[in-house]
Design a protein around this ligand. Sequence first.
Ligand code: ATP
Ligand code: MG
Length: 266
Amino acid sequence: MVAPLLKLNDVSKSFAGSNALSEISLEVKPGEVLCLLGDNGAGKSTLIKVLSGVHKPTSGTIEVDGQQRVFESPKDAGDLGIATVHQYGGTFPLMSVARCFFVGEEPTKGVWPFHYFDKKTAGLITVQEMQKLGITRVTDGSRLVGSLSGGERQTLAIARAVYFGARVLILDEPTSALGVKQATHVLKIIMQARAQGIAVVFVTHNVMHAMAVGDQFAVLIHGEKADEFRKGERTREQITDLMAGGEAMAALEAELASLTGPVRLP
Ligand SMILES: Nc1ncnc2c1ncn2[C@@H]1O[C@H](COP(=O)(O)OP(=O)(O)OP(=O)(O)O)[C@@H](O)[C@H]1O
Ligand SMILES: [Mg+2]
């Protein structure tokens, strides 16, 4: 048995008295992809923020390598190799690609106090690391992040996490704003990270995307863990119906059809 890298024990989080998460226990192992599924407002991002040190749990504990830890800030989680690409933001549109890649880890040249950001080296490394993940159209580190496509931006954030030695890579909805080709590309990068022994936590609404890469799955409903299973133990329909709150999607579709009536073409 491989020991979990990251473990949550009965974690709850409430905001002003209302429970966003109730007693969630989960574990993530090296070389495995854990998919977190759930509808809007289910608590996925809140859970990610607890895992990455943005929020402190109201109750419950976090273990890293079998040792209980309290994250006072995202830096505490980062120092233990937990890298997070958050749902919104994370990259800076008006920053150069290289600057963004090295935020907080800038390579410097010269002797203190005359050191400065080494743009050339940073640019070369950034372009090279993006190329390793299949992005070949970004050849200049001074390009602005805002000029990258959604998939290229996601790749930049993931490349950065992998380069700086992430052991746990947490991705909150990395594919939801992407087209088919770019989403496939991000899924491929997830598999690459997995093959390197990184533990991946992949948050998504998209059951197809989850099933393509996941080893372990957890479904959140109203902040509670409604189901948990391993690859191959559920069908796509079962997962979709569960995410929709236990209502069969086929019944909803039938109801929709009765509201709109048959569509007549001119
Ligand atoms: N900082 C906050 N203060 C108050 N309530 C919050 C805060 N963050 C989240 N919530 C509430 O907690 C619940 C869970 O939100 P969360 O963002 O975790 O959902 P989610 O599963 O990520 O949804 P989505 O799929 O839309 O991204 C929601 O009801 C939300 O309004
Ligand atoms: Mg979210």
